[in-house]
Design a protein around this ligand. Structure first.
Ligand code: ATP
Ligand code: MG
Length: 391
């Protein structure tokens, strides 16, 4: 194992007394992400993390590790003997390469010397290595406060030198911030909403509503693909699949048609809360957004919200659609989300919908239904699917 990848984590380093808890989670999550590969070792020492690996799997290690939440960057290090001339030459070559490839010019050299047998102190080594770069690479200048790139020299039993950084997503280690039940539709927004909370460390479980046989197997398959894509980041995702058809039929028969959407929404929330409580989730998560569609007026959100007691997290509430799409593209869910399969909401879609529902009216319509039995029956028919990160 001749490659060393330095794992950089941002926010976790600020966690004070809890730092070690977050680090342990991150360490376990990196190991989990690399499972199935051969020829690597994840190392945690002195509040830092590294992956040692064979050159043959380095790209794969970086690609998988970069998707582990909590990591802000990964640096692949080159290895030389603990010899000042070799260190100078390697650091110079790396700096030259960066300048050639990117045109950046302001740099600094950082030295970490954990091997105290090396007979020079860090600031002196930094001065010599930096001076050598300054003299030999055209157009560069030292800037210790706002460098465009940093050449880091770590002197251990051998010396590791690195300068290029592959960016991670940041956030917090998955599984360190409670558990949420994501209402996962086939649209663009809800997978992004789930991803964002997962990035903040919240464990995600999902619930999906369909109207089979009015909605097709392919529409279901689309949801499972989205769950698989989320599992790339989280390791696994469990999806509870619930048929809403009987509920929709009942609403259709006994309630004003213009209330179809808002009433189904309230059932979805109630059902999601039921499943959430059974699975120890502490919150619901939706992709709701102010003003995108008629049901997402503040009045609509208020009426759906009042159906449940658990907090409802809506990370996209104030995002512009184009910004949500950018994230969907970045995390790999966009292409699946735009596949044109019918959604349960399109079944029984009325011509006219209430956009400013009043809670008292909606509750009155609901009193025409045997809400609890409908919910019990829907829960009784629930199916569970688990998706595990594919290697
Ligand atoms: P999305 O792109 O996530 O479908 P949207 O802009 O289409 O969102 P709506 O259809 O109003 O908005 O849905 C709002 C939210 O309600 C969704 O983000 C999702 O969290 C939840 N939701 C809607 N339909 C379903 C469904 N069939 N199963 C599970 N959750 C759903
Ligand atoms: Mg939708």
């Amino acid at each position: 194992m001749d490659k060393l990848i330095v794992v950089k984590y941002g926010e976790i380093a600020l966690k004070g007394k809890n730092r070690s808890y977050f680090e342990k989670k991150l360490f376990a999550n990196i190991k989990h992400a690399l499972m199935g590969l051969e020829g690597y070792k994840v190392i945690r020492e002195h509040g830092r993390m590294y992956v040692l690996c064979d050159g043959a799997i380095e790209d794969e290690v970086i690609e998988r590790t970069r998707k582990v939440f909590g990591i802000v960057g990964l640096c692949s290090a080159e290895k030389v003997e603990n010899d000042l001339e070799l260190i100078k030459a390697n650091a110079l070559a790396q700096a030259q390469r960066i300048v050639d490839e990117t045109g950046m010019s302001r740099f600094k050299v950082e030295v970490k010397r954990s091997n105290k047998n090396f007979d020079m102190k860090s600031p002196e080594i930094a001065r010599i290595v930096g001076g050598n770069i300054n003299q030999n690479v055209d157009g560069v200048q030292v800037d210790v406060h706002t460098p465009e790139f940093v050449v880091t020299v770590e002197i251990r039993d051998v010396t590791y030198i690195y300068s290029k950084e592959v960016k991670g997503f940041g956030g917090l280690p998955y599984g360190c911030a409670g558990k949420g039940m994501l209402l996962l539709s086939g649209g663009i927004d809800s997978p992004v909403a789930g991803w964002m909370l997962a990035k903040r460390g919240m464990e995600i479980e999902a619930v999906h509503f369909h109207s089979y046989p009015f909605t097709s197997d392919r529409a279901q398959e689309k949801i499972y693909d989205l769950a698989r894509q989320l599992a790339v980041y989280t390791g696994y995702v469990r999806v509870h699949s619930i048929n809403l058809l009987e509920i929709q039929k009942a609403i259709n028969e006994f309630c004003p048609s213009k209330e179809m959407t808002i009433l189904s929404r309230r059932f979805m929330m109630a059902l999601a809360e039921r499943v959430a409580l059974e699975t120890n989730c502490q919150a619901l998560i939706t992709g709701e957004n102010i003003g995108q569609v008629a049901s997402q007026t503040i009045e609509g959100l208020t009426v759906t919200n009042s159906r449940v007691d658990l907090p409802v997290l809506r990370p996209l509430i104030a995002f512009d659609k184009l910004d949500i799409i950018k994230i969907a593209e970045m995390i790999g869910t966009f292409e699946t989300s735009i596949l044109p399969f019918e959604d349960c909401c399109t079944v029984f879609l009325p011509d006219k919908v209430v956009t400013r529902p009043v809670l008292a009216d909606i509750e009155k319509s609901e009193s025409n239904l045997d809400v609890e039995s409908l919910i019990d029956a829907a829960i009784a028919g629930k199916e569970i699917f688990t998706f595990i990160r594919e290697k």
